[in-house]
Design a protein around this ligand. Structure first.
Ligand SMILES: Nc1nc2c(c(=O)[nH]1)N[C@H]1C(S)=C(S)[C@@H](COP(=O)(O)O)O[C@H]1N2
Ligand SMILES: [Mo]
Length: 375
């Protein structure tokens, strides 16, 4: 017996959608394009199949606190601290300046955390806390020029409008998300204050009405809901670059120090083929994406034996951007295979097959094999 169209419509989630019901039941079938890693605050991952797919709805979301409501009409960005001119800039003021558009990769420093052994605390991201978008705004350097930074400046602190109290380690009440970046990086062409993402105004999740983009650095520097810029005369020691988003640096004098996470490390990720797509004698394409932060990717290599032998793949990425890579492969015998990809940047840095524990739970770019079966 087959179900009639009416029976199909009347049963299950589709019927609920058709009836216009808005419940958690319907939202589960509303073709949510992202994987929910945490419901509140919003933390959403791009599925592997959509990695670097165009479009803002496929772009991962990483938020530490509830999304703040910022009124675009009354919005003003203040710039103060170690400057000659304290500024208050509306969105219109910023839009009157010379604007730029750039395609830039944004990767969370915790991207790939699920691959850490032993399991680390924090959100268990797979490969999908990364994306690339076209960002439109003004260089932060141009704003700092207007403010006339005094000599002897240290970090430029970007402050978000979102806030909350953190329990462990306990903060002195609610704190805003903020992040300091050294003046030299703040003045680079790739450091922007942006209002558009993919030619549309920023969405609330991605930091409307104004956010920072710090090209080539991990996402924690790309402060969303930007409300305030404070220039300090020394490095900033806020929560999000001391307790969080810091890594161990082994100083030559034997005094390990925690330093803020900065530059994105080179990475190549395999997106296809999946587990069962390979057959003996049948040519296949191994493919994925690669990026290397401030550097370009000069080489991608692939191994089908877990990293013993490597051959070249096609694909190179420009600085700040990602690129798709492909490699042709004909399986010779049935059984399990371990696919691995690795890239090398133009500074000669190749991804390591070992995890560096000094990086704590951040900067995760060691090799992650994909196990497949040849039929
Ligand atoms: N104000 C504010 N800015 C923020 C964050 C935040 O929680 N609050 N998260 C940061 C982190 S850790 C990342 S990885 C990126 C994620 O940007 P997206 O949500 O647009 O993908 O935003 C950064 N900027
Ligand atoms: Mo992040």
């Amino acid at each position: 017996m087959s179900l009639s169209r009416r029976e199909l419509l009347c049963s299950g989630p589709i019927a609920a959608v058709a009836a216009g019901l808005h419940s958690q039941f319907t939202s589960a079938v509303a073709a949510e394009p992202l994987i929910v890693r945490m419901q509140e605050p919003r933390n959403l991952e791009t599925p592997l199949a959509d990695l670097f797919a165009p479009g803002t709805d496929k772009f991962f979301v990483r938020s530490h606190f509830a999304t703040p409501e910022v009124d675009t009409k009354t919005f003003a960005l203040t710039v103060g601290g170690h400057v000659e001119n304290t500024l208050s800039l509306t969105l219109d003021d910023l839009k009157k300046m010379e604007s730029v558009s750039r395609e830039i990769v944004l990767e969370c420093a915790g991207n790939g955390r699920v691959f850490l052994v032993p399991q680390a605390r924090g959100l268990q991201w797979g490969h999908g806390a990364v994306g690339q978008a076209k960002w439109t705004g003004v260089p932060l350097g141009a704003v700092l020029e207007r403010a006339k930074v005094k000599t002897g400046a240290g970090d430029v602190v970007l402050v978000g409008a979102d806030k909350g109290a953190i329990a462990d380690p306990a903060t002195p009440g609610p704190i805003n998300f903020d992040r300091g970046i050294p003046l030299a990086k703040a003045k680079k062409d790739e450091t922007l204050l942006v209002w558009n993402m993919n030619d549309e105004p920023l969405t609330a999740s991605h930091g409307a009405p104004l956010r920072a983009i710090v090209g080539g650095w991990y996402g924690m520097a790309a402060v969303k809901w930007l409300s305030r810029i404070v220039v300090l005369d020394k490095p900033h020691a806020g929560f999000f670059q001391t307790f969080d988003y810091s890594v161990w640096e082994r100083a030559k004098e034997g005094l390990p120090q925690l330093v803020p996470v900065t530059a994105i490390q080179p990475k190549a990720v395999i997106t296809a083929p999946g587990v069962d797509a390979l057959a003996v004698g049948k040519p296949c394409t191994i493919e994925g994406y690669t990026w290397a932060g401030e550097n370009s990717v000069s080489k991608v290599e692939v191994s089908t034996d877990g990293g013993k032998n490597w051959f070249a793949a096609n694909g190179k990425a420009e600085p700040f951007k990602s690129a798709r890579w492909t490699a042709s492969f004909v399986p010779q015998k049935a059984g399990p295979l371990k696919l691995v990809a690795r890239c090398t940047d133009d500074k000669g840095t190749t991804q390591s097959d070992k995890r560096d524990a000094d990086r704590r739970t951040y900067m995760i770019n060691h090799l992650v094999p994909v196990e497949v079966t040849v039929k």
